[in-house]
Design a protein around this ligand. Structure first.
Ligand SMILES: [Zn+2]
Length: 245
């Protein structure tokens, strides 16, 4: 009971703060002014679970706003990659999905931080050729279980290449949020890592990380200045369903 009412208070406080119409974040957390457009060659498609509502700390929209070649879709399932993307795709195998399975880069015999794997979770033979050939990447945005739901409801992803990431440092979220993905990265960090690696453009990662850091700084400042309006990380409701009274 007390847990529930505490959550509701948090939500009400958040709702009272006006939102930026562009990034949909509470205004004190908006970093829209400093968004530097990035012309990315490798396309980005972000699929966001409809129940992903972490407006304060979420990064999908911020990521898409930065990139000139990015699409953000909110929904649960699409019949094909083309439908999700809103334009024709000749060869879905030239698109990579950041895979959510149990394969971990640390367990594989590789020094790369982005690895193409096959359906058995093994390193694909021709890494360089596969990665060089990629036209686009798909990121699933939401909590771990929301991302899993997206994976299972979109069978076309089976036609896409699977890649996994081995980030060299933990997420910049720190303790602000429990990691939404198994590799522990936020959507903006995953996009930064993949695009800068595939395009060999460290500036992509620098620009995205700078925005993310600015957003986190604003979040922390806001929490310090107005602790009564703390924008709490959402309660974790995916693992145990809350019992209705
Ligand atoms: Zn904004």
């Amino acid at each position: 009971m007390s847990g529930q009412s505490e959550t509701e208070t948090g939500t009400a406080a958040t709702a009272a703060i006006p939102e930026c119409p562009r990034c949909l974040k509470p205004l004190p957390l908006c970093v829209c002014d400093g968004i530097k457009p990035i012309e990315n060659r490798v396309s980005l498609l972000i699929l966001q679970h409809p129940q992903e509502q972490d407006r304060a700390l979420g990064t999908a929209r911020l990521t898409a706003m930065h990139l000139t070649n990015a699409v953000l879709k909110i929904g649960l399932s699409w019949s094909s990659l083309s439908k999700a993307l809103g334009r024709p795709v000749a060869d879905p195998s030239r698109w990579a999905v950041l895979y959510l399975g149990s394969a971990k880069v640390a367990d594989l015999d590789t020094k790369s931080d982005i690895v193409a794997i096959n359906r058995k979770g093994e390193v694909e033979d021709n890494q360089r050729a596969i990665l060089k050939d990629l036209e686009g990447i798909v990121l699933l945005d939401g909590t771990w279980s929301q991302a899993k739901a997206l994976w299972w409801r979109n069978a076309w992803m089976l036609k896409c290449q699977r890649v996994i990431l081995g980030p060299s440092r933990p997420s910049r979220y720190g303790r602000l949020r429990r990691e939404p993905r198994r590799d522990g990265l936020s959507t903006i960090e995953a996009a930064a890592m993949m695009l800068s690696s595939l395009e060999k453009r460290p500036d992509i990662a620098e620009t995205l990380h700078a925005s993310f850091e600015r957003m986190l700084t604003k979040y922390r400042e806001f929490q310090n200045e107005q602790p009564q309006l703390v924008l709490k990380p959402r309660p974790r409701r995916d693992f145990r369903r809350r019992r209705r009274a």
